[in-house]
Design a protein around this ligand. Structure first.
Ligand SMILES: [Ca+2]
Length: 204
């Protein structure tokens, strides 16, 4: 990385002389001291799905969640507050390992995470495509009616995390898709999550 500063542009600093610069230990993760962002998890918003049934921890497709619980969530930052479709025509959609996960959205006004729904635990293996099913019961999202309509939600941040109580600790996500809910909730609603920054696993 190269940076350039034209010191003479700053009044009062033009007489400053730098004789040497010593670079200390560089931590690429904790560059912001006010928060500890997790690693880049962009594989979950790159628009690429793994072949159905791909190994749950494929390094080519997956973001690994080290454990169940909110502390191992992956978080999508949509860049600005967007209205996301919550009805079955264009509800959130994921490809993840077979376990049950909860999808939450950040309520900026009240500074809390709100439950939107969860993935249905599957008896299959590997990575499995499925819709997120609407439910507003915190921590209690289980397999329900996949055609149930949830509510649209407006948020900048969405997170996905594995619910406790699973029969193993193999949690991963390969894709999360969120669609535009501001234009009629059609089945062709634009995907608004692809290419957006995703961080995890650490909640903000
Ligand atoms: Ca992907």
């Amino acid at each position: 990385m190269t940076t350039s500063y034209n010191v003479s542009d700053y009044a009062g600093l033009k007489n400053t002389t730098i004789t040497s610069i010593e670079v200390g230990t560089f931590n690429p993760k904790d560059v912001a001291t006010h928060s500890a962002w997790g690693p880049d998890a962009a594989k979950a918003t790159d628009g690429v799905f793994a072949p159905e049934g791909e190994t749950w921890n494929s390094p080519y497709f997956t973001v690994i969640l080290p454990s169940a619980g909110e502390s191992s969530a992956v978080v999508i930052d949509l860049g600005s507050s967007l209205t996301i479709c919550g009805t079955s025509a264009c509800a959130p959609y994921v490809q993840a390992d077979r376990h049950n996960m909860e999808l939450d959205w950040w309520d900026e006004s009240n500074q809390v995470w709100r439950v939107w729904g969860g993935t249905c635990e599957s008896s299959g293996s590997g990575l499995i495509l499925r819709p997120v099913i609407a439910s507003t019961t915190p921590g209690g999202v289980k397999c329900g009616n996949a055609n149930a309509d949830g509510s649209n939600f407006t948020t900048r941040y969405v997170r996905l995390w594995a619910l406790p109580g699973a029969d193993d600790n193999n949690f991963s996500v390969s894709e999360i898709q969120l669609r535009d809910g501001s234009n009629g909730n059609s089945s062709t609603a634009q995907i608004v999550s692809t290419g957006k920054s995703q961080l995890g696993p650490r909640p903000i």
